[in-house]
Design a protein around this ligand. Structure first.
Ligand code: HEM
Ligand SMILES: *[C@@H]1O[C@H](CO)[C@@H](O)[C@H](O)[C@H]1NC(C)=O
Ligand SMILES: *[C@@H]1O[C@H](CO)[C@@H](O)[C@H](O)[C@H]1NC(C)=O
Length: 521
């Protein structure tokens, strides 16, 4: 019976199979008319594990082989790499409503980093925090912070004069102190090298080291498998739960401790909280509104997090660049001598009349990238671009380090050359501004970028006006800042440790540093 019916069906079976295949094809064509971007073929299930962790060099090699759009997968997660600044603008900026998600919130929540703007998913709370950030760090608002920045830079110069070898620690202290004073209005007592640092700065530094371990790509499986949070700490192999438990208190205190202290300062000592601080400014607008105060608190803690390591790394890049480019220093110092003169320190008001020093600052922002591979932007809707399909939930990644070394953007990109930004002695708008890729894109663009650019200019103009930075080459066991300036791998990259010397430019410069610092209370 069965045999007979099979025999009867025989002529139609190939036809049925053909129909089935066609149907499947048509369905998938309808669902996705376009192919995914090309990329190396991966292993089953794990995907392109051999390409991870991603480095700027590896990404550039993939673009050289496969073109402007490259697709990778790992454990089923889709990555789309953008090979040019133009594509990054086209997607992350022009279509930013669909490319502004993040995907780390589960892990952030597990480790008490739920307050960190960088990992917040797109939504109401995110918009509140961004709005709060923008109100207090827009190009106009940051002008109120200049006196504090200038005061702390003077202290920094004195520390450099007295302990020149500790330049890295001085930089850390300078940047941390400026942020704590601007954001919370809290006093940060000066401490000498070797002494215990300020409490607020220690809390922040400890949280930042926890951060760099927790979010280092590939460090914990919980990054890819958030459901692991439900595995109990006693479970074999659940070391991450014990690590996270150890970090959670300090990470929480970064959100709460300085905020509470600012509150106490406001209530207890009338007039001690300057009205221009972030704390005073935001608290003035919110009255007993818990939701708004929480958003303000998140903004404050996120400012330290987003601003400290990034600005410090830029200062280190500047130092390494100067130690290997005496001719650049000399020209910058000549400009400062002519415009500012030996009797005072430069300020941000001098910036328009210091084009060469401004070009040095731009070149520091281009030559090495502090965030070489951008934080992934999650695509919220399936999209099409240049004939390819961008799947929903894909992590879209721009590569600032690649764009800064693209000969289409900059001639002879490896050379530290501020002149590339100058035409007839003026900053030219013809040349791609490194700020247009170094700070990311679209609705996720760095909200501290105006502040950062000002801070970088102020630091480096004051240092160039008073010191000459010399390479530490030749000293026993110390690495010289080589022309190469190799960067470490991480969300935020630093120049590999190096040694150099800060020598006062002249006895006049030394006297100026001492006089400026003694004017401070
Ligand atoms: C030279 C210094 C700096 C560099 C190179 C830098 C770079 C960046 C980059 C590349 C991003 C990611 C943007 C994206 O996803 O497309 C970012 C985000 C961020 N930056 Fe900066 N930044 C710097 C300084 C600062 C400062 C001074 C602050 C605070 C005052 C700050 C606060 C933040 C915050 C809160 C975010 C997260 C924004 C979000 O996810 O919506 N940054 N920064
Ligand atoms: C975002 O995606 C939606 C749905 O696909 C689409 O209608 C909209 O035009 C997209 N927005 C942008 C800015 O591309
Ligand atoms: C920019 O800052 C100014 C000065 O603090 C403020 O009045 C203004 O509202 C801010 N702009 C935006 C768009 O938030």
């Amino acid at each position: 019976m069965a045999l007979i019916s099979l025999a009867q069906a025989w002529p139609t079976l190939p036809f049925a199979i053909l129909c089935f295949v066609l149907l499947v094809q048509i369905r998938s064509r309808l669902k996705s008319r376009l192919p995914l971007p090309p990329g190396p073929s991966g292993l089953p299930f794990v995907g392109n594990v051999q390409e991870f962790p991603l480095t700027p060099e590896r990404i550039s090699a993939l673009h050289a082989q496969y073109g402007d759009l490259v697709r990778l997968t790992i454990f089923g997660d889709e990555f789309i790499l953008l090979g040019s600044h133009e594509s990054a603008v086209a997607l992350l900026e022009k279509r930013s409503s669909n490319y502004s998600g993040r995907n780390m919130f589960e892990l952030a929540d597990m480790t008490n980093f739920d307050w960190l703007l960088t990992w917040m998913p797109y939504g109401t709370h995110f918009r509140k925090v961004r709005g709060c950030f923008h109100r207090c760090f827009n190009a106009t608002a940051i002008q109120a912070y200049r006196p504090i920045q200038q005061e702390e830079v003077k202290r920094h110069l004195l520390r450099l004069l007295e302990h020149p070898r500790d330049f890295y620690e001085h930089g850390r202290k300078l940047i941390g102190t400026v942020i704590i004073r601007i954001v919370y209005g809290l006093d940060v007592k000066d401490s000498l090298p070797g002494c215990p640092p300020n409490k607020y700065i220690s809390i922040a530094e400890e949280s930042m080291s926890a951060f760099s371990v927790i979010f280092h790509p590939g460090q914990y499986y919980a990054q890819s498998f958030p459901w692991l949070r439900y595995v109990p700490a006693w479970f074999p192999g659940a070391r991450f739960q014990r690590d996270f438990a150890a970090w959670r208190p300090i990470v929480r205190s970064m959100l709460n401790v300085p905020w509470k202290a600012a509150g106490k300062l406001t209530v207890r000592s009338e007039g001690k909280m300057p009205p221009w601080t972030f704390y005073a400014n935001t608290m003035e607008r919110i009255e007993n509104n818990e939701e708004d105060e929480y958003a303000a608190k998140c903004t404050a803690a996120s400012a330290y997090f987003g601003g400290a390591d990034t600005t410090l790394s830029t200062l280190q890049i500047f130092t390494a660049a100067m130690a290997s480019s005496p001719h650049v220093q000399k020209r910058a110092q000549e400009e400062l001598d002519a415009v500012v003169g030996p009797g005072r320190l430069p300020t941000l008001e001098d910036k328009p009349s210091l084009p060469y020093v401004s070009a040095v600052a731009k070149e520091c922002l281009r030559w090495r990238q502090v965030v070489p591979i951008n934080v992934p932007h999650i695509c919220s809707e399936e999209d099409e671009f240049n004939g390819y399909r961008i799947p929903k939930e894909a992590r879209v990644i721009s590569n600032a380090a690649g764009y800064s070394m693209d000969p289409k953007n900059y001639q002879d990109p490896e050379t530290f050359n501020p002149d590339r930004f100058l035409v007839d002695g003026k900053l030219s708008s013809e040349i791609l501004d490194p700020a247009s890729f170094a700070f990311g894109y679209g609705r996720r663009i760095c909200p501290g970028r105006h502040f950062a650019e000002g801070a970088v200019f102020l630091m480096l103009s004051n240092i160039l006006h008073t010191f000459t930075i010399e390479s530490g080459a030749g000293e026993a066991g110390k690495a010289a800042p080589s022309d190469v300036c190799k960067m470490t791998l991480g969300v935020v990259s630093f120049p590999a440790p190096f040694e150099c010397n800060f020598k006062p430019k002249s006895s006049d410069a030394e006297a100026l540093i001492r006089a400026s610092a003694s004017d401070l209370a």
